[in-house]
Design a protein around this ligand. Structure first.
Ligand code: AMP
Length: 344
């Protein structure tokens, strides 16, 4: 296929997805659940991929750490295969229209509906009301703005974002109903097989930057030997057979899911190939597959981090392209809801 440049992309369906820079590295769940889908979608979509640095403000961090994490996240997107010649890669904070649209959408979101968001309920229950900021509560509304600004047709995300996508769709339909067709109503692009990669140490929980213990999370920029050790210590069960049963054997099912996603071999074939072997063999195969993919990924990310001027130039160019789309959406929204235009 001949690569298309950004200027040739008009008319293609739009895709948008962001990832938060809330840790020093993206983890295996981010990669398999979201980032890996981003790469092939570039072939036949006008893609917008961003670093959600405004969402990340809901989690405390030193300013210098934030800068490093944001650039690392962008570098990891490129290392995973996002091509800035074809896709628009940007930092959310470089496009002020995200917060402008968020405010409008916030005034259309019922307090009851926002209160039902399970991610907020889980996090606020875990941290307590005093340690929970209002930004965390309004996070799904900012996410709706992220998506609707770009008139995205599809949003490749993990299963944990399904409810937020539903809110986004509701808001788009509500706005269109009140003010005439304005927003594309986006479809989630969630792959059931990899939509929820589990924590290695607690397979009943999802792998998460903010809640997994260090032993439960595969940080892609860690030294390969660190991740090999974690995979070899992954929690399984007291049985011996390698079978895919998410209810009875969630740890083994998670390892099979990871291995299948990284090798492209179906779970059924893997189960046959591993028949009669032990959990140690399965863990060894997963460790090899993760190392084979993460080693060049890590090297490329570190290389890109050493080319900061080029990296920032890619992001500045991405911000210009993102703003061209986002500012047109906000202008239309402002006009339709009755905000006076600055010039006649
Ligand atoms: P975040 O930066 O936390 O919003 O995550 C970035 C992307 O990774 C989102 O699309 C999430 O839905 C996805 N994601 C996060 N954790 C997991 C997981 N454990 N399994 C699959 N996808 C995930």
């Amino acid at each position: 296929m001949v690569a298309m440049s950004v200027s040739d992309r008009a008319g293609l369906p739009r895709v948008l997805s962001l990832a938060q820079p809330t840790a020093d590295s993206l983890h295996l769940g981010n990669f398999l659940g979201a980032l890996r889908q981003w790469v092939p979608l570039q072939d036949d979509h006008d893609a917008f991929y961003g670093v959600a640095d405004l969402h990340a403000l809901t989690v405390e961090a030193e300013p210098a750490v934030r800068v490093d994490r944001s650039l690392r996240s962008a570098a990891q997107m490129l290392a995973a295969g996002v091509d800035p010649q074809r896709s628009t890669v940007f930092l959310q904070s470089h496009v002020p229209e995200h917060t402008q649209l968020m405010w409008v959408l916030a005034t259309m979101t019922g307090f009851g509906q926002a209160s039902r968001m399970t991610q907020f309920k889980d996090k606020s229950a875990r941290f307590g009301a005093d340690a929970t900021n209002v930004g965390l509560f309004t996070y799904p509304v900012l996410m709706a703005a992220d998506i609707l600004l770009y008139q995205a047709d599809r949003v490749p995300v993990g299963e944990d974002q399904r409810q937020h996508l539903e809110l986004t769709r509701d808001l788009a339909v509500r706005f269109n109903g009140r003010h005439g067709t304005t927003f594309v109503v986006p479809e989630p692009h969630i792959l059931p097989s990899v939509g929820r990669i589990a924590d290695l140490a607690d397979p009943s929980a999802k792998m998460s930057k903010t809640s997994s213990s260090p032993s439960g999370i595969v940080e892609l920029l860690d030294e390969p030997k660190v991740n090999i050790k974690k995979i070899r210590s992954a929690v399984t069960d007291s049985e011996r057979e390698i079978e895919f049963d998410e209810e009875r054997k969630p740890g083994v099912a998670n390892l099979l899911t990871i291995l299948s996603a990284l090798t492209g071999t179906s779970v059924e074939v893997l189960v046959k190939e591993l028949a009669g072997r032990g959990y140690g063999d399965l863990k060894g195969a997963v460790a090899d597959a993760v190392t084979a993919f993460a080693t060049p990924y890590r090297e490329r990310t570190l290389e890109l981090m050493g080319e900061r001027t080029e990296l920032q130039a890619i992001l500045a160019d991405g911000a210009d392209r993102a703003r061209a789309v986002a500012s047109a959406t906000v202008a239309e929204v402002y006009r339709k809801i009755g905000l006076v235009q600055p010039r006649i």
